[in-house]
Design a protein around this ligand. Structure first.
Ligand SMILES: *Cc1c(COP(=O)(O)O)cnc(C)c1O
Length: 380
């Protein structure tokens, strides 16, 4: 068994402190204050303003997509993304049980029903093999889409999530979903800056969603972005998240139930200043990941690294413990000694509101649930 005290002192040396080390602290080293002050001086602090437009442009650039829509947070972004690809009340949405609760909540907000399928051991994200197996058993392909033979409900979307910034096997996943006429919405909340075969995550599904919450690689306090290559869907996303208002010189005309999911200009100012530093953050984290990798290799602990043909953003780095009791000991020892560590999430079907959802055997998800622990990953 690895010596956890050596791990603790190594992490303290990396962060050059004897004080508490958080999992992920934001890093404000650029134009944050300047842009925020400009925003206040301009009086455009709220839902319209130059920084919102600039942020959307920057996100289109970074994700190499045709349209980005700034929204109030990532969860709201996923909710709208699902509606944009046609998810309706009573539909089913395929996703992984090993995820942050927001993925499942966003489905439930639309009165749709999550179906939980297994993840791959290597990516920790939705497994194309599990999706294939499920659809071969339960899928009923009709003219207007895919239906679940067991429930009779339409399966109207599939949401893979790029766990901690490690991309899922997107080619295989998109292929199986395309065959079954199921649109893919990427929950890319954790994977800003990650790439799959040279393409940014979030750009390979029909729609992708990012989060700019305080703990993400880039933060704007709170915020999200919907990205897509489909201009029609993108425009519709902007319209739905801005109260579905029809442009008019003075009348308030709304012809659909929209949302006030706009990102305030104040937050967009912070987001722009942060996005300017994204490449630096990515390099800084990659360097830490490399150092962790060689340290843990000589210490008998498995450190997770990116898969071939992908680039991880190393948002939250993690180690894999031998078993649950070793995991618990690691969590106890590190947290008691001022080094913050956290277990991966409990599987969604363990939560009371999602306990009755259909699911497959979750062998890989359960294996990872018992073993994966996040370690401090902040930009230094
Ligand atoms: C952070 C996160 C979200 C939600 O983002 P918010 O901006 O906090 O609403 C959704 N899915 C995953 C996997 C996340 O990690």
């Amino acid at each position: 068994m690895a010596d956890f005290n050596t791990v603790i002192s190594y992490i303290k040396t990396q962060y050059k402190t004897e004080n508490f080390i958080p999992l992920h602290a934001p890093h404000f080293g650029g134009n944050e204050k300047k842009y925020l002050l400009e925003t206040i001086d301009s009086t455009f602090v709220s839902s319209v303003g130059a920084y919102v437009d600039q942020f959307e442009g920057m996100m289109q650039n970074i994700t190499q997509t045709n349209k980005a829509v700034a929204v109030v947070n990532g969860t709201a972004g996923i909710q709208v993304a699902l509606r944009l690809v046609g998810v309706k009340a009573g539909d089913e949405v395929l996703t992984q049980a090993l995820t942050f609760v927001a993925t499942a909540n966003a489905i439930a907000y639309l009165n749709a029903i999550p179906v939980f399928l297994d993840v791959d051991l290597d990516t920790m994200g939705l497994s194309p093999r599990a999706v294939t197996q499920f659809l071969e058993e339960f899928g009923d392909l009709r003219e207007d889409g895919c239906y679940n033979k067991k429930t009779g409900k339409r399966i109207s979307a599939c949401i893979p999530m790029h766990t901690f910034g490690f991309p899922v096997h997107l080619d295989e996943l998109v292929a199986v979903c395309t065959f079954w006429k199921i649109p893919v919405v990427e929950d890319a909340a954790e994977s800003l800056g990650s790439e799959y075969k040279g393409q940014p995550t979030g750009s390979l599904g029909k729609v992708g969603v990012f989060s700019f919450n305080g703990n993400k690689i880039v933060t704007c306090g709170g915020g999200g972005a919907i990205v897509t290559n489909d201009i029609f869907i993108g425009e519709k996303g902007k319209y739905l998240t801005t109260t579905a208002k029809i442009p008019h010189p003075y009348e308030y005309v709304h012809d659909e139930m929209g949302y006030n999911f706009r990102m305030p200009n104040l937050n967009a100012a912070l987001a722009c200043a942060q996005l300017e530093q994204l490449n630096g953050f990515l390099e800084n984290k990659r360097k830490l990941a490399n150092e962790y990798q060689s340290f843990f290799a000589s210490n008998g602990l498995k450190f997770r690294t990116e898969m071939p043909e992908t680039k991880a953003n190393y948002w939250l780095m993690c180690v894999e413990l031998e078993n649950k009791s070793e995991r618990d000991l690691f969590l106890q020892t590190t947290n008691a000694n001022g080094v913050m560590t956290r277990p991966i999430w409990q599987l969604m079907f363990r939560l009371p509101m999602y306990s009755n959802c259909q699911r497959d055997q979750q062998l890989n998800a359960e294996y990872l649930e018992e073993r994966i622990v996040n370690i401090p990953s902040s930009v230094r």
